[in-house]
Design a protein around this ligand. Structure first.
Ligand code: CTP
Length: 437
């Protein structure tokens, strides 16, 4: 793998012959705009959907499909050797079958054999083709060979049918590609069958028919956790409040809520059926005492006629429900703390106190304020465990932070329960293979 100068990386984008090829232009654009060098290698059939001129114009590089097109440059060896990341999108059933068996019958499959960098297949096909045992065997083989195979999205497919097999949103493909550039081993398929319940975004507390009390949470960190967990094989339900305009993570069930009370209802109802609960949502601590039926009018210059009451502490409630047996003892509970620090105590001191107060197993602490964390794409912080174990999370994308938080969750659950305050039994057998992929 060649290290490009000044953070500039060499990205190979392989394009298979599927209708979703037309969406790949946005992925190419993402990486060229980020300053990386992009080489597009389509298959012959990909060029039936999108012309070579489009890929050449978007990447700024020539495009060929055949090993014999550029013989003096030995392109089929050089492109793979020099790559820092290979993304195959759309990865068709045929292309994955050829890759899984080590075929080298065109420039793209030859490049795959010479690449030693992270390789990410992004499948897109009809549900029947995706679910076919032959395809699933190829997916498993590719994963065993060290490639990342993305779980496709569900939704409308070509024609009138819908189901699993849709190409994930290009924004999601770009985020996962960036993650593999930052941390090549960030997406092992090691959370197979583990059920995650993750809250994300901000709550909105209604005041009257036109107003609410809200906060600045973008939801990016909770979405990143859902995205990374799903791509590591977990079964993820994301309970989402108000967020920025974010791509829905592929393979994740999304439940929408607005207020803290709705969030509390969803989390309390679903937690007993899950393995890991992560409260990444920014929950309003207060809500208006009552919701006015008509728009609240000004009352002269005096104080606003709004009385507030305290919302339930959902995280503490979940911990209490586990203590009292309403939630099984094996469910792991993870909280977040956004802290600014003050004249007496630093961010980490506040985090330690909050971990003790909330009683959860892990607390992810971020520093906020001064343009940090809220709405940003990058984040830094610590994971504090109830047993006193503390892990620093270096500055990186929120997806990178998510992958490290998931590592801490996995350690918690495979470590003989040693980090659990109640010493609960471990639930995850990281080697278990309970589903086909
Ligand atoms: N949280 C919750 N219910 C609330 C408030 C917060 O479940 N009503 C959760 C958040 O999702 C987060 C954790 O508790 O996982 C800490 O949130 P934070 O707002 O930092 O905590 P507070 O308890 O509100 O503490 P503070 O007094 O510092 O605001």
């Amino acid at each position: 793998m060649a290290e490009a100068a000044s953070g500039r990386k060499n990205i190979v984008i392989g394009v298979g012959g599927g209708i979703a090829a037309y969406k790949v232009g946005s992925v190419i654009r993402h990486f060229t705009e980020a300053g990386h060098g992009v080489r597009v290698i389509p298959t012959e059939s990909a060029l039936k959907f999108v012309g070579a001129a489009t890929f050449e114009a978007l990447s700024g590089n020539p495009v060929s499909t055949e090993v014999f097109d550029d013989v003096p440059q030995v392109a089929h060896v050089r492109l793979g050797q020099e790559a820092d990341l290979v993304i195959i999108a759309p990865a068709t059933a045929d292309l994955m079958a050829r890759a899984a068996t080590g075929r080298a019958d065109d420039l793209l499959t030859s490049t795959l054999l010479t690449a030693r960098c992270p390789v990410m297949f992004v499948p897109a096909m009809h549900t029947e083709m995706w679910e076919h045992p032959a395809t699933q065997t190829n997916v498993r083989t590719l994963r065993e060979q060290g490639a990342t195979v993305i779980t496709p999205a569900s939704g409308r497919l070509t024609g009138v049918d819908s189901g699993a097999g849709r190409l994930p949103d290009p924004q999601e493909i770009a985020l996962l590609g960036e993650l593999l550039l930052e941390r090549p081993d960030a997406l092992p398929y090691d959370l197979r069958g583990v059920k995650f319940l993750i809250s994300a975004g901000g709550t909105r507390e209604p005041l009257d028919p036109v107003r609410y009390l809200g906060n600045r949470s973008s939801g990016k960190q909770g979405y990143a956790l859902a995205r990374a967990a799903a791509q590591r094989g977990a079964q993820v339900t994301l309970v989402a409040g108000a967020t920025a305009d974010l791509a829905p993570p592929a393979g994740v069930e999304i439940v929408r809520i607005k207020s803290a009370e709705q969030l509390s209802d969803e989390m309390t109802k679903r937690a007993p059926e899950t393995d890991v609960v992560i409260m990444a949502a920014a929950v309003a601590d207060f809500r208006p005492m009552s919701v006015a039926e008509s728009k609240i009018k000004k009352t002269g210059d005096g104080p606003a006629p709004i009385e507030l009451t305290t919302n339930p502490d959902i995280l503490a409630g979940l911990v209490e429900a586990r203590r009292s047996g309403q939630i099984p003892g094996e469910v792991s509970i993870v909280g977040f703390a956004a802290e600014t620090g003050d004249e007496h105590h630093g961010v980490l001191d506040h985090g330690r106190a909050k971990l003790a107060r909330k009683g959860c197993d892990l607390l992810v602490v971020n520093a906020v304020g001064d343009g940090k964390a809220f709405g940003m794409d990058h984040n830094t912080g610590w994971v504090l465990a109830a047993d006193g174990h503390e892990t620093a999370l270096p500055l990186g994308t929120k997806t990178l932070m998510a992958s490290r938080i998931l590592d801490a969750v996995l350690a918690l659950r495979t470590d003989e329960g040693a980090m659990r305050p109640d010493g609960g039994a471990p639930k995850v057998d990281a080697t278990a293979n309970t589903d086909p992929v």
